[in-house]
Ligand binder design. Sequence first.
Ligand code: FAD
Length: 426
Amino acid sequence: MSKTPRVVVIGGGFAGLLAVRQLERAPVEITLIDRRNHHLFQPLLYQVATAGLAAPSIAAPLRHIVRDQRNVTVHMGEVVGIDTRTRSVSLPDRQIPYDYLLVASGATHAYFGHDHWEQFAPGLKTLDDAFLIRRRVLSAFEQAEAATSAAERDACLTFAVIGAGPTGAELAGTLAEIARHTLKRDFRNIDTRKARILLIEAGPRVLSAFTEALADKARRQLERLGVEVHTGKPVTEIGAGFLEFGGQRIAARTILWAAGVAASSLGKQLGTDLDRAGRVRVQPDLSLAAHPEVFVAGDLASIEQDGKPVPGVAPAAKQMGARAARNILALIAGRKTTPFRYTDVGALATIGRHSAIVQLPNLRFSGLFAWWVWLAIHIYFLIGFRSRLIVLINWAWAYFTYARGARIILGNEVGKVHGGEKESSA
Ligand SMILES: Cc1cc2nc3c(=O)[nH]c(=O)nc-3n(C[C@H](O)[C@H](O)[C@H](O)COP(=O)(O)OP(=O)(O)OC[C@H]3O[C@@H](n4cnc5c(N)ncnc54)[C@H](O)[C@@H]3O)c2cc1C
């Protein structure tokens, strides 16, 4: 081992970044590797996808975030291999050795064995995904305006969101508001208020992580906004411009996927036990049984507490990142590591412009006050004063006007039928 211990952190998401910050004053050399140059606040990604916020409001360059932390070097690159035997990680052009490794490369969407659906129904995980979705949504209204038949117009004005967890519910609620309010005076040939927004869920209810009473309130709020909610109906097929569920086939130009999650494929490189979603089964202290110097944290880690899996949410990722870092310090100091213990800080979801549900360990509420709580918490956790201020001003403006400022279509989308033969662009 070199004199100063080398800690490599893969992933500058919630878990990786919290670990790096935890090691701020530690006598270690940290290399933070991420394939993207930015940390992303995923809980507000749907706002970028629906033109409410611009990208810099919810993302910040990793270099900038850690610029004052002298023991960190940021390396932008894709990790393609991990060799626990030689203790090094591989990027396409180099190997980076480590004494301690934290793998926090998160998760991505899963299409339950139907990978070809991705081209028709993009998921929401990165800023690129959000830009693609924004382009498809805004272009669908443009194409409806130019449609030459009622069938084409109806398909363009049908938006299907698959999966009624928080992201699906937030997307569907916001799309309904865009159609009913934001765009209602912008077009001449179509009435955007007639757009159909479908939210389709295979399970028996929306927002299954919340209590039944809160989930019912959220469903009623979605329906008030004009969202058609379908529960207990798994989607059986998706193709170019259509989807099938509950024995019916619906023509829809815009289909969005918010249904499944699979762990980052780096988990497989660790040569250890994985759960069904591909997450790494870790020891109570978040390390690997065969490699106590390797830790896994965040969405990639599979760990149970009181007989239940620790959920794949931002607070759990942050807490794991911090615990893994403290355990690395314990090993360096020759002390025993401490088991990870998840503190449930509650769950929030927003449904439309000023309604939300809040589920705290001992308190549950919904409605306008819940929305203010939701807003305050999300702004508080954004990284950087500038992004907090911009988001606050954006929201204040949108709250009173229904405006969505980021409605610029970039790229060539109008006229496309996704994944199908008719890829003629206007
Ligand atoms: C749309 C959306 C909305 C969400 N909303 C909420 C919410 O409201 N509340 C909540 O608590 N949670 C929410 N979550 C879940 C939450 O964002 C995750 O639980 C959390 O981000 C997990 O943190 P992580 O550090 O494990 O992974 P991530 O934050 O995903 O970070 C992983 C990092 O690893 C990098 N990476 C991946 N593979 C490689 C590689 N091979 N080489 C180099 N770098 C790599 C990625 O670029 C990324 O920066 C949401 C998730 C999404 C997608």
